[in-house]
Design a protein around this ligand. Structure first.
Ligand code: NAG
Ligand code: NAG
Ligand code: NAG
Ligand code: NAG
Ligand code: NAG
Ligand code: NAG
Length: 209
């Protein structure tokens, strides 16, 4: 379950970001192996109409805030959802998006960071301290990605078993840079944060000056 930091997503792109949320939002729920598993299973927003309030709030299309919001969800469904759907617990659009929202609420990353005293702003954090705080909160290691060269934190991924229980995120050798390159989001520029450098966790206002 990939969360992204909207302020950083906007920094990576010249798109029409307008007032990105200043809390972690969902990027996607990604099975780790394959892409675009069923091209005939089309995204249908009506199937998730009951989830719409949560979708808009927690899974917004940060980069295209003024356009049709469903494109981002369609992309995530086509690329990842159709693969996740081989699991019975995720085998419909409602289950896939609904489960991702449930997991997002369950891990409640916003609160865990706040509780650990890690707040966005003009201060820098030690990556090791940030990692330790998160490992303490969840009991598993997460994958944390930054936008170089400033090492601006951009994405935090939680890994789950097929039964959707938290597990450690493990890096394949050689890194996974480019593996989860989002077409619309350009996340190819992110890479695993460098443990030895200070990590920047910005608020939007600091970039408007
Ligand atoms: C692909 O999705 C369609 C529409 O839901 C379904 O009828 C078909 O069985 C699926 N194909 C596979 C290989 O799962
Ligand atoms: C989209 O889903 C709704 C609700 O399940 C259904 O009534 C409608 O026929 C679907 N539309 C398409 C184009 O499949
Ligand atoms: C938004 O996108 C969806 C899915 O691509 C499409 O069905 C719908 O007509 C679009 N709505 C608008 C207002 O453009
Ligand atoms: C994350 O933080 C924002 C802003 O504080 C809040 O609106 C949102 O409900 C939080 N998300 C969850 C899952 O609690
Ligand atoms: C996760 O990794 C830590 C070491 O980093 C280990 O102590 C722990 O047992 C692992 N947990 C699981 C569920 O594999
Ligand atoms: C992390 O940053 C240090 C200091 O700039 C650099 O020497 C090192 O090569 C970097 N490590 C990685 C994995 O990029």
């Amino acid at each position: 379950l990939a969360h992204h930091w909207p302020v950083t997503v906007c920094k990576m792109s010249a798109n029409d970001c307008e007032d990105p949320p200043e809390y972690w939002t969902i990027h996607g729920l990604w099975p780790n192996k394959v892409d675009d598993c069923n091209r005939t299973w089309h995204f249908n927003v009506t199937e998730i109409k009951d989830l719409m309030l949560d979708m808009r709030r927690y899974w917004p299309d940060v980069l295209h805030s003024s356009q049709n919001r469903t494109q981002f969800w369609k992309h995530e469904w086509d690329k990842h959802g159709t693969c996740a759907a081989t699991l019975q617990i995720l085998n419909s659009q409602k289950k896939y998006f609904g489960k991702a929202l449930d997991l997002y609420k369950q891990v409640d990353l916003n609160s865990s960071l706040l509780k650990a005293g890690i707040k966005p702003g003009s201060t820098y954090y030690k990556m090791t301290a940030l990692k330790e705080a998160l490992t303490r909160a969840y009991g598993v290691t997460l994958k944390i990605q930054c936008l170089p060269p400033e090492e601006t934190i951009g994405q935090i991924e939680f890994c789950f078993t097929k039964n959707l229980e938290l597990r450690n995120c493990t890096e394949p050798k050689g890194g996974s840079k480019g593996m989860q390159t989002g077409l619309q989001l350009g996340t190819g520029e992110l890479s695993v944060c460098n443990d030895t450098l200070p990590t920047y966790y910005p608020l939007q206002t600091e970039h408007c000056q």
